[in-house]
Design a protein around this ligand. Sequence first.
Ligand SMILES: [Ca+2]
Ligand SMILES: [Ca+2]
Length: 493
Amino acid sequence: MRTEGILTTCAAVAAILLTAALPGATAAASRPPSQISNVFGAYAGEIREAVAGPDGYRHVDTEATLNKLGELHNNTFVYLIWDAPSDWDDLRTAFLPAAQKRGMDVWIYLVPPTECSPQRCSYPYQTDYLRWAQEIAALSKRYPALKGYAIDDFNHNLNLFTPEYVRQMQDTSKAINPRLVFLPQVYNTTITPEFVDSYGPLIDGLILAFRDDPYRNTQRTDTLRAQLDAASAKLAKYHKPLVLMNYTSSLSATPFPPTPEYVRTTTEVGAEYVAAGKLGGTLTYVLPLNPADDWNHDNHAYHGVGRLSLFVPMATPTNAGDTAGASQVVQVDPNADEYHITFRHNDTYYSGGQTAGYQLKQLLVDGEVVWETDVAADAPGYSTVDVDLSQQLRGKTSATLTFRLLERAGVSNFWVDVSFDDIQATGFTVANPGFESRDTWELSSSNHGLLPDFDQYLPDRAVQAFAEVQRVYGAQERGHHGAAKGASGEFGG
Ligand SMILES: [Ca+2]
Ligand SMILES: [Ca+2]
């Protein structure tokens, strides 16, 4: 009943705005709700106590986490309830009161049924999201710093999260606290006009986890602006803001975690869009506040810290004949006694079915295949190959060397990460033979779904990623304070 009353009031306000339909009024009406604007936030990555408590759980270290978030210039922390069954109590009794005291906003992040097992779920209410809506709203009345909540991988769980169920969630929470916002987290391919028409009127905003979909990776950023523009344009129909979530640590089934440059670019674009009012906020995805928590962060090189990585992402269709590789023109001694190449290769893959006959590792000299092997044909780990190139190189002064991945047959869902490293040449000279930098080699691919790249292991990657976000968030905080000060005459009192 109370909700209906609120809706009626909103409709009345909208009617007044429509009768006074001036360009200024339209712009004001389409502005996102104030709860979802200027959000420069971090999702998860909290610091936990080093030792488990008497209950056996590693509790959230509130002070350490809030100190680090303060250094980051973070204004909203998105608190994940999943890692330990004590997370909800840690939030209620310690983290939320302390965050509020520091002036930091908090959103709660729940996992959907697809991420629940008997061992791990959002405890204590698990997949009863109506109960969650009620409990979170009640908590937000006690602690106004609690502004909203979100559900992960919402689009993979639409059999539960029907529009009717979401309506019930919203009715439940807004009857208790009308200002509490709910934002499902989705991926780019989900944000169709049909999805937006079904859920746009019900939700308060949407979190887009950017991963260059449909080419699931954290290496390319050139599609970010277009995806943000398209998604926010669709949501604008319902005056609902979009929030970016950018990967700042490893996404599963990808070759390596986001580089500091990737973190810098995606955070800068997010901040730029927030400042321009085109996004409600930007959130880091699991920026490890404790660098020791930087998961899936290993040196994948055979030697040194660099390797060539040729990657086909999960659920990415390819065509027969597609290739991705790295080439360079090498200097050949035309009078050498012998011509040999030695190198190391490796691959990690998952196909879920038949594995042979699809993806091949190859070496080419002047366009001629001189060595190849199927990714399914060799033992796990790096292998060493020695190829006699006398026939190809004798009498030449230069030649083009190419290491590549060939799609012998097209795949629909067969992610693979191929490595090449540690080249040793006899009779010719290879520059940057250990892929220890991005120099000399020219990367190419015939299809956007194949990603050739240099994987450079950085022991302090998490520290560098933190510094990149800190710089961007710090700059916006200074700008925001400056703007607020400048505007104080206009809005004073
Ligand atoms: Ca293999
Ligand atoms: Ca190397």
